[in-house]
Design a protein around this ligand. Structure first.
Ligand SMILES: Cc1cc2nc3c(=O)[nH]c(=O)nc-3n(C[C@H](O)[C@H](O)[C@H](O)COP(=O)(O)OP(=O)(O)OC[C@H]3O[C@@H](n4cnc5c(N)ncnc54)[C@H](O)[C@@H]3O)c2cc1C
Length: 713
């Protein structure tokens, strides 16, 4: 906190302490007010304008510095001296102006510091404020059990606009003001403060407080009625839940429902297991493993052998990829799921109404629907692209011949994994990316490490190039790419792989017809409970985002299934606070939490600690001594706010930081934990030691040095 802020805080604290030290609070007791009533009335009769103005200024200042109890006492005085109408007008403006000044002061004093220390908590609160802020503040103002000054300070920490705060406060406090000013007019008859809060009055306050909640339920109810208005709700349901899509999200949602003894129907139009098993994680990791074998042979010299260029039969490699899929398939099979109590329907599901899904000519009535229809490769509208038989992550797994020259369009995780795998198998690969770096979501050190490795393996990485046209000339396919200066180049290719992103599957199965709302990026819009605009229809996984991973799809599945089945008792907000992920190129890049670019953008006060993997014994022994561990901690603390690792097995190693973040374990504890020697895992501990070294207590070491010198004599 800056010096001026400390001074201001000190001044406010001084004012409050002085107030109590000189027993000025005694002036605000009911007895004193009653005793002074006659003299106050005389003053007001003598110089009404001066008295009212002075009183107004004192009221505003007392509330602005949050003098406890002052507002209540002065409101009663206002009632007693000014009567109901003028008292209400006076207090309504004085208290709102004072509250707003208190909020502005609190914001100036504390907001920056609190945002720095608790960024994620504040981000969550601010999201709520953005959505329902006006309503929350109104509720808080209406319910007199929430202290007036505490609400001002609380709201100071949020991003609520000052004018909005002012208007809602004035409106929200009006009922309370009326009650208290009215009580003030009865001052002579009130014997003690508790009379103001008589059971009858409390009951009316509670009613006033509950009113906004009732109003919110009413608004929700009306909103729901509006979306459901065109449909007749069945009187009985065939099933508790229909899940559309048997991929990573749908499978888990159905399994949870069956486990808690709900009746659930899982519908799949293509292959059980969805993208991850059939065209995503599993085949890509299997291909990467085979490609690594070819690469390890090529660099055999580094390990004491000859460099061998293995002949690559892509057909055989892809057969191995399919074998891996086939081995995992039983985990996601119809038989397994039916044995676990799930009704599986193989066919295209179509939502007919919010409670009806049609599949294979059958109409199933259901209490809830979970949309888990995934995403598909996005193919950009490049002129002439439809003229070539381009590949995507959907069909590349049936490629039988390794292309001589491949262009991979896209520098994200999928594009980068495929680039390296195809290059290692022996294709001459050019990777084209529009942005200045590949893996643009990662910090520059990591994208540079991967780029250097790709280039060392013979890939031509073209970043900052827009693909503008696909054509063919004399039997040769070419892609026209244009750089920022508008200079065009032609890149020749035999096969083009399109991996520029994935678009949510939201069309053709009833969402448009019933009016399920979408986000601007085409994903299904869901609230914190994963409900769509139809409260009994949920969406999870790639179709909803914001993350498109298998583990996030299943994470969301838990929330959607539990909220759908048990939401009448308790609903759970989906928690995205600690999400790890990895790109399985070499070196593998794994991350959890924030990286530096995100921490900077969020204005967080952070520290960076790095450890260079080239020093690690096990990495040296394994001829894998390259990579980096980068840990972000909150400034002055060992609490991890994010970690990125570039190394072999990074996807496994990040687990330690994920656990640390999830459970608030700091770097000191990671350092104090025994790690097996020699392992790759030691790099986490060494990164933690680097942090410790940078924070060693110099004064204690100086004392220790003197102590040893003294003992040596
Ligand atoms: C090449 C590649 C590599 C990847 N690697 C990884 C990785 O290493 N790690 C990771 O975490 N993630 C990875 N992913 C992402 C991961 O595959 C997805 O995030 C995950 O599959 C999403 O699961 P989902 O349930 O949302 O959708 P999906 O798994 O796509 O499942 C959706 C299912 O819904 C079905 N469906 C659609 N419409 C209907 C309908 N109307 N009726 C019936 N069925 C319907 C589809 O046929 C599909 O089976 C990768 C993706 C790709 C493409």
């Amino acid at each position: 906190m800056t010096r001026s802020r400390w001074l201001a805080l000190f001044a406010v604290a001084f004012a409050v302490v002085t107030f109590f030290y000189f027993d000025l609070d005694a002036l605000l007791t009911l007895e004193n007010l009653k005793a002074e009533q006659a003299s106050l009335e005389a003053q007001i009769a003598e110089q009404p304008a001066l008295f009212v103005t002075g009183f107004f200024v004192i009221y505003v200042l007392a509330t602005a510095v949050s003098l406890p109890g002052a507002a209540t006492a002065m409101t009663l005085v206002a009632g007693a001296l000014l009567g109901l109408v003028w008292g209400v007008v006076f207090v309504s403006f004085a208290s709102t102006i004072g509250a707003t000044l208190a909020m502005i002061l609190g914001r100036w004093l504390f907001k920056e510091e609190i945002e720095r220390r608790f960024p994620s908590q504040l981000a969550t609160i601010n999201r709520g404020i953005e959505k329902d802020g006006a309503f929350y503040l109104f509720t808080l103002r209406l319910v007199p059990i929430f202290p007036f000054w505490a609400i001002n300070i609380l709201m100071a920490l949020t991003r609520m606009r000052v004018l909005q705060f002012y208007l809602i406060s004035q409106l929200g406090m009006f009922a309370g003001t009326l009650v208290y000013v009215n009580a003030g007019t009865e001052l002579a008859r009130i014997e003690q403060a508790s009379d103001v809060l008589s059971p009858g009055l409390i009951a009316s306050f509670v009613l006033l407080g509950v009113f906004p909640l009732l109003a919110k339920w009413l608004v929700d109810f009306l909103r729901a009625r509006r979306v459901y208005s065109n449909y007749e709700r069945p009187r009985r349901f065939d099933t508790d839940m229909v899940v559309i899509g048997a991929g990573s999200g749908g499978l888990v949602a159905a399994l949870i429902a069956a486990t808690v003894k709900a009746r659930v129907t899982l519908i799949e139009k293509n292959k059980m297991g969805g993208d991850c098993l059939n065209t995503g994680c599993v085949p890509s990791k299997a291909l990467i493993r085979s490609a690594r074998h070819a690469y390890d042979n090529r660099r055999g010299g580094e390990l004491g052998f000859d460099n061998i260029e293995l002949p690559v039969d892509l057909n055989k490699v892809m057969r191995r990829v399919q074998r891996a899929i086939a081995k995992i398939e039983p985990h996601d099979s119809v038989e397994r799921y039916e044995s676990l109590g799930v009704d599986v329907e193989l066919g295209e599901g179509r939502i007919v109404s919010p409670w009806q899904v049609e599949v294979n000519g059958k109409l199933i009535t259901t209490r809830n629907i979970i949309i888990a229809t995934g995403a598909e490769p996005f193919v950009p509208p490049i002129a002439g692209i439809e003229m070539v038989d381009y590949l995507t992550s959907d069909n590349i797994w049936s490629l039988e011949q390794l292309p001589g020259r491949t262009i991979v369009l896209g520098g994200g995780p999928i594009g980068t994994e495929l680039t390296q795998a195809l290059a290692r198998l022996g294709s001459q690969v050019t990777q084209v990316e529009l942005l200045p770096n590949i893996l643009p979501r990662e910090d520059i050190e990591f994208s540079t490490l991967v780029r250097e490795q790709l280039e060392a393996e013979g890939v031509s990485v073209m970043t900052g190039y827009k693909a503008t046209e696909v054509g063919s000339d004399g039997g040769e396919n070419y892609l026209v790419v244009t750089d920022e200066a508008g200079i065009e180049q032609r890149v020749l290719f035999d096969r083009l792989v399109v991996a520029v992103g994935r678009k949510a599957n939201t069309t053709g199965f009833g969402l448009e017809e019933i009016g399920v709302e979408l986000n601007a990026n085409g994903t299904v819009a869901v609230d914190d409970y994963l409900r769509t605009n139809f409260p009994n229809i949920f969406a999870i996984g790639d179709v909803a985002g914001p993350y498109q991973f298998t583990h996030t799809a299943s994470h969301m599945a838990w929330y959607a299934a539990v909220n759908a089945l048990f939401g009448v008792f308790r609903k759970f907000r989906v928690d995205y606070s600690v999400i790890p992920w990895a790109t399985f190129c070499a070196p593998e890049i794994a991350r959890v939490g924030m990286n530096e670019q995100e921490a900077k953008a969020a204005g967080i006060d952070y520290e960076v600690t790095t450890y260079d993997v080239s020093d690690l014994d096990r990495a040296i022994a394994d001829e894998a001594a390259h990579g980096l561990v980068k840990v972000l901690t909150r400034a002055g603390s060992d609490k991890v706010i994010g970690a990125t690792i570039a190394a072999e097995h990074a996807g496994e190693l990040i687990g330690e930081f994920t656990l640390a973040m999830k459970h608030g374990i700091g770097l000191k504890k990671i350092m104090g934990t025994i790690h097996i020697y020699p392992t790759f895992l030691e790099m986490n501990k060494f990164a933690a030691s680097e942090w410790r070294k940078a924070h060693k207590p110099e004064w204690a070491l100086a004392v220790a040095e003197r102590f040893h010198a003294w003992r040596r004599g």
